[in-house]
Design a binder for this molecule. Structure first.
Ligand code: GLY
Ligand code: MN
Ligand code: MN
Length: 473
């Protein structure tokens, strides 16, 4: 946990945003895996953690926007719990660490909420994303569980996004530490990506690195020679020469802050000519759009810098044709780059996505596009200093999408389908960095992770001695 003043200040800022009603922040309960007592790794709700700091189950926080009161509800442990779990801090002690003086038994929370509702007060809450929390909010608010989400408070959502989208210095340094763990994960994957290995050997090893640093991974590892599938979690393929391995993986620290990095590695450690051609285009899209990243610019502009770079590169290779600018305006690049440039990063790897992407990445000024591909851009609005963004362009050859567009005669003026057919066995390439928006422009966070062709090849070449030294099989 950070110092108690950090949480007190965040709650003070929240109270300055809303002046009536109460906010209810349910902490996450345990989640069962295959029977009730066998639970997943415990993960606190990021919003609860942001305002109350306690990363244990069984709590709810309440903030009264009129009286200014802040209350933590929890359940003290009894001797049976202590036998199994060891000595545990009291609710009051944990509350004190978050700068909260008032605590009550969790069992009294329903009475508090009922009383507030009877008085006609608004109970603000964020949209829940876990079934158990939906059921609990339904019980507390006297609503059917399926109606709970629709009743979430837009004013609370907006206030929370306004605060959390600007990262404090201590949050930035946590994210930076998480990127440093990702450095080890990705350089390890580069050294392991040799013909004959099974993807799961590498996926398991890098997940272990996150765990060894306090873990877990910040999202299920994406690691595949079929990188054309954007979020590929199947890890059973054997690596063969000529394939590209997409590794999209990050670490979550005990503070819950995360990293989200992608590198693409030629199996065997050396790019062939065709891989190099495509890789250099993705790299240029990443580098050029990062170069242009600065406060007050809409992130959608960075997305289109990457899109244009991709269209220009593919045109020079003969995979696209015509004027690249016109191709992007028509949306032809989305055949190869069918997703957005990036998203906010924080405690959630897609930061605050649970409150609704349009509340986080868009606003009155910037509305989400409905064009195929561009519609997946999670963040389009203007950047501000203190925001942390991912930058993750990619080029993918998705056979089903190529067939679909060709059959529909889409973008015939801009796509050279005969040549594209020859790349159906290529896979995909994505490169992703985590970027802080600064007053002057931007800064790539963390220890630089090999990214150029020469850097990736050099890292992969260290393999034998490095694996021996580190005892990795
Ligand atoms: N890790 C998923 C993503 O890059 O958005
Ligand atoms: Mn990623
Ligand atoms: Mn990402």
């Amino acid at each position: 946990m950070f110092a108690q003043e950090v949480y007190a200040e965040r709650r003070r800022k929240l109270k300055a945003e809303i002046n009536s009603g109460i906010a209810l922040f349910p902490g996450n309960p345990e989640a069962s895996f295959n029977y009730p007592a066998n639970t997943y790794h415990y993960r606190q709700d990021s919003h609860f953690s942001y305002f109350f700091g306690i990363n244990h189950p069984g709590f709810a926080g309440l903030i009264d926007f009129e009286s200014g009161e802040e209350i933590l509800f929890g359940t003290d442990f009894d001797i049976d719990d202590i036998i199994w779990m060891g000595d545990q801090p009291s609710v009051a002690d944990q509350a004190a660490e978050a700068g909260i003086k008032t605590t009550y038994a969790y069992s009294t929370l329903a009475d508090w909420i009922t009383k507030a509702l009877k008085q006609g007060r608004t109970v603000h809450y964020l949209p829940p994303y876990r079934g158990k929390v939906m059921i609990e909010l339904g019980r507390l608010l006297n609503k059917a569980a399926h109606e709970v989400k629709a009743g979430a408070s837009v004013s609370l959502i907006k206030a929370v996004v306004k605060l959390k989208e600007i990262k404090e210095q201590l949050e930035i340094s946590e994210i930076e530490k998480a990127v440093d763990v990702a450095w080890l994960m990705h350089t390890t994957a580069m050294k392991m990506a040799k013909p004959g290995r099974i993807e799961q050997e590498i996926a398991g090893t890098i997940e272990g690195i996150a765990l060894a640093h306090g873990g877990p991974v910040s999202f299920p590892v994406i690691l595949s020679v079929n990188g054309q599938t954007l979020h590929n979690h199947y890890h059973g393929n054997i690596l063969t020469e000529g394939r590209m391995l997409v590794v999209d993986a990050g670490a979550e620290l005990p503070s819950l802050y995360s990293s989200d990095i992608t590198r693409t590695i030629p199996v065997g450690g050396r790019f062939n000519a065709r891989q190099k051609d495509i890789y250099e285009i993705v790299l240029k899209a990443n580098v050029e759009s990062i170069k242009a990243t600065a406060p007050s610019l809409p992130y959608r502009d960075m997305h289109f810098i990457a899109a244009r770079t991709i269209a220009e590169g593919l045109t020079s290779l003969g995979l696209m044709k015509g004027n690249p600018e016109d191709a992007v305006a028509a949306g032809a690049h989305t055949l190869f780059f069918p997703h957005g440039l990036g998203h906010m990063l924080g405690m959630d790897v897609h930061d605050m996505e649970g409150v609704g992407e349009n509340h986080v990445g868009y606003d009155e000024e910037t509305k989400r596009s409905d064009q195929f591909g561009t519609a997946y851009l999670r963040m389009g609005k203007r950047l501000k200093p203190g925001m942390v963004m991912t930058n993750e362009p990619g080029i993918y050859f998705i056979p089903a999408l190529i067939d679909k567009f060709r059959n529909e005669k889409k973008f015939m003026d801009f796509v050279n389908y005969d040549k594209v057919e020859q790349f159906k066995d290529f896979g995909g390439i994505r490169i992703e960095d985590d970027i802080l928006i600064t007053e002057q422009g931007h800064r790539i966070l963390g220890r630089p992770i090999p990214k150029t062709v020469a850097e990736v090849e050099a890292t992969a070449a260290e393999t034998r001695q490095w694996i021996k030294m580190n005892g990795i099989y």
